[in-house]
Ligand binder design. Structure first.
Ligand code: TRP
Length: 451
């Protein structure tokens, strides 16, 4: 197999941590986590989510980054090369294909929701949130999603932002962006936490988030929690493989992945602790769906001195967080077109970007013109989300785990994870090779009602 692009490398471990954190921390933490928790009844969902992060997510992340570093190629090519080296069927490259396709589909709705955030940057000045009541906030959100043209405009802008960066190659700028972004986002989240603790129903929110109500635990809840763990850690799509492919070989993969996963989880929990006190204090339904943060946060900003500036900065930082994630979502597809088909980066970016934008119109319309059009009770957006987060990512992750533990020779793996002691190495292999795939399988079967 021809390898066209000799790859650059991250300049340091910190750069990789920043880039991977930039990919992991995004709308998944701040927008999706709270509304999923709300829709799935709180504590039980959070507990299953946390278990999935530690027992399924982190081990698979290590496996994925390791495969990426070994192959030093885009996921489709990389999996084919690794399978060939170890004399296995070329069909293992299906992992790369399904991940790349999932990325394309995820981008299509990710860009639309990021467009909402862009819209809220504008709304934070005009009309502004000062003294906003819950009803007014809800009607702002309702009016936004009812207007397809506004949504298309914002979706288009975000798609251009993403592919503008991807067209130039991803490494430049990413590091600097994340260095400012993460501390900024943390400061604003803590500020909001202060508001929620003083003015929201903090006790009620704590009970909702951390006291599991087992009546709410169903097969579907567990599947949603597992899907959320994959989504939030950017797993199984090849994004981590691509980032791993730039990783210098003397860096410990496990330690780095644990840092990334813990930061990501902390930010999601923080976001939950900010949102739910406001939800309960305002008597809002936790299961309000994808509009949850857009309806609650403006009320909090509106009640703070200087809230206009904070709201403005918060939504800008959130767009940045979504941006660094969205770049990693489409990178596998673009690098495949560049490395396997000899396209130039700009050309590949325009093609993938246009396709993703077009599919994204389906998500735009599923909030207004096509609201009534449902399959199995789900709108088009919900179908795309379910298909990717709950099916493609977990199954892809399972395949990655199996390949890394059972198909790659133990020697190759040990060399790649050379900084692990024998005990830790075997622990990782056991968890990744047996526990994680079994867990994914059981959750999937259970959600299908097999037992
Ligand atoms: N993890 C990101 C978020 O939480 C989204 C994301 C980026 C992603 N890359 C991914 C999700 C790869 C799945 C797979 O917003």
């Amino acid at each position: 197999m021809k390898i066209r692009s000799p790859r650059g490398q991250w300049s340091s471990r910190l750069t990789f941590i920043l880039a991977a954190t930039g990919s992991a921390v995004g709308l998944g933490n701040i927008w999706k986590f709270p509304y999923m928790v709300g829709q799935n009844g709180g504590g039980a969902f959070v507990l299953v989510y946390l278990i999935c992060i530690f027992l399924v997510g982190i081990p698979i992340m290590i496996a994925e980054v390791m495969l990426g570093r070994r192959a030093r190629q885009n996921p489709i090519n990389g999996m084919a090369i690794l399978a060939e080296q170890e004399h296995h069927s070329p069909r293992w490259s299906l992992i790369g294909w399904s991940g790349t396709l999932a990325g394309f589909l995820i981008f299509s709705f990710y860009s639309v929701i990021s467009g909402w955030v862009l819209y809220y940057i504008y709304l934070s000045w005009n009309p502004g949130f000062s003294g906003l009541t819950m009803e007014e906030s809800q009607s702002l959100f309702r009016n936004m999603v009812a207007d397809p043209y506004g949504l298309i405009g914002c979706h288009t802008l975000f798609a251009i932002m993403t592919f503008g960066v991807v067209a130039r190659g991803i490494q430049a700028g990413l590091e600097r962006a994340v260095k400012i972004l993460m501390p900024g986002l943390l400061i604003l989240l803590f500020l909001l936490l202060g508001y929620s603790m003083s003015y929201g129903s903090f006790g009620e929110a704590l009970r909702f988030l951390f006291q599991p109500d087992w009546d709410h635990l169903s097969g579907q809840t567990a599947l949603a929690a597992m899907g959320q763990a994959f989504f939030t850690l950017s797993l199984a799509l090849g994004a981590m493989m691509v980032y791993g492919s730039y990783l210098p070989s003397n860096i410990s993969i496990p330690r780095t992945c644990i840092i990334v996963a813990l930061s990501d989880t902390a930010i999601a929990l923080l976001s939950g602790l900010v949102i739910f006190p406001i939800v309960f204090a305002q008597g809002m339904a936790p299961a309000s769906g994808p509009g949850l943060i857009f309806q609650t946060l403006p009320v909090a900003f509106g009640a703070m001195p200087g809230g206009q500036w904070f709201a403005f900065m918060f939504f800008i930082l959130l767009v940045f967080a979504a941006w660094t994630s969205s770049i990693s979502i489409v990178e596998p597809g673009v690098s495949w077109l560049v490395e396997n088909h000899g396209w130039t980066r700009p050309r590949a970016s325009v093609m993938v970007g246009f396709g993703g934008w077009l599919v994204g119109l389906g998500t735009v319309f599923s909030f207004n013109l096509w609201k009534e059009f449902t399959v199995l009770g789900k709108t088009l957006f919900e179908c795309l989300d379910y298909l990717t987060s709950n099916l493609m990512l977990p199954l892809g992750g399972m395949a990655i785990a199996i390949f890394a533990c059972w198909k790659l020779s133990v020697n190759s793996t040990r060399n790649e994870l050379n900084l692990l002691g024998p005990f830790e190495f075997n622990l990782w292999r056991g968890v990744t090779g047996i526990l994680a795939p079994t867990a994914v399988l059981l959750v999937c079967l259970n959600s299908l009602g097999v037992f």
